[in-house]
Design a protein around this ligand. Structure first.
Ligand code: SAM
Length: 221
């Protein structure tokens, strides 16, 4: 088995189970107009997030890292009309593209996008008393993951589900002396969660169109 085999199986699973409509396909394409193109979740991960929203009955979702709005749209579409996604991104170009995509996908009325460093936006949400959120998806700059987790805990309630993407990074998570701030952020996050009685957590590795990676799933006790 090679990375190509994993990608081919992903393509098959997506074709069979999670076909995209025009709005989702355009959202993925339009990440080319942002500062960090092509780093949205795969369609099967998008569908997984949507299913999580439905399984948990989440009506308030917080997302760190919007890009072109791909994962936001999957989660927003999984909600009833009274649901809301608050999504945070630092890139104004991404925000402009994402807003366009939210309109095309029919979810503009239930997605609130805040532009700026996500930690500042999260602090503002805390100051506004905006929580609690039922589900949090952390998918922005990995270096800040420990801070995003801490803010998420402040904005959560018992039962809140927290998903953190890209925690394996082709195995680089094992590099304890890595100079990469993203790896440092992920390893610090793991150590925090290990010691944090407020959370029950697991992490699963993934292979496919995005190579070898994985996500962490946690529940606030
Ligand atoms: N969740 C999106 C999806 O699956 O469609 C993908 C998000 S992408 C992996 C990461 C995003 O985080 C980028 O759009 C980038 O602009 C944003 N980002 C990077 N650093 C940030 C920061 N300090 N504050 C907020 N957003 C940041």
């Amino acid at each position: 088995t090679t990375p190509d085999d994993f990608a081919a199986v992903d393509t098959y699973l997506i074709e069979k189970l999670v076909p995209e409509d025009a709005a989702l396909a355009e959202t993925r394409r339009s990440s080319a107009e942002t500062v960090t193109p092509g780093i949205d979740v795969t369609p099967n991960m998008g569908a997984f997030l949507g299913l999580l929203v439905q399984i948990t009955g989440a009506t308030r979702v917080l997302e760190f890292g919007t890009l072109a709005g791909y994962s936001s749209i999957w989660m927003a579409r999984a909600m009833d009309d009274d649901g809301a996604v608050v999504t945070l991104d630092i890139d104004p170009a991404a925000a402009q593209v994402a807003r366009r995509n939210f309109h095309a996908a029919g979810v503009a009325d239930r997605v609130q996008l805040r532009i700026g460093p996500a930690l500042d936006s999260a602090k503002a949400l805390i100051a506004e008393g905006a929580g609690p959120f039922d589900l949090v998806f952390i998918d922005a700059d990995k270096a800040n993951n420990p801070h995003y987790l801490e803010a998420s805990l402040t904005l959560s309630h018992p039962g809140t589900v927290i998903v953190i993407d890209n925690v394996v990074r082709s195995g680089a998570v094992l590099e304890d002396e890595s100079a990469d701030p993203d790896i440092h952020g992920i390893r610090t996050l793991m150590t925090h969660i290990q010691a944090d009685q407020r959370l029950s957590a697991t992490a699963l590795q993934t292979v496919g169109l995005k190579g070898w990676d994985g996500f962490l799933l946690a529940r606030v006790n």
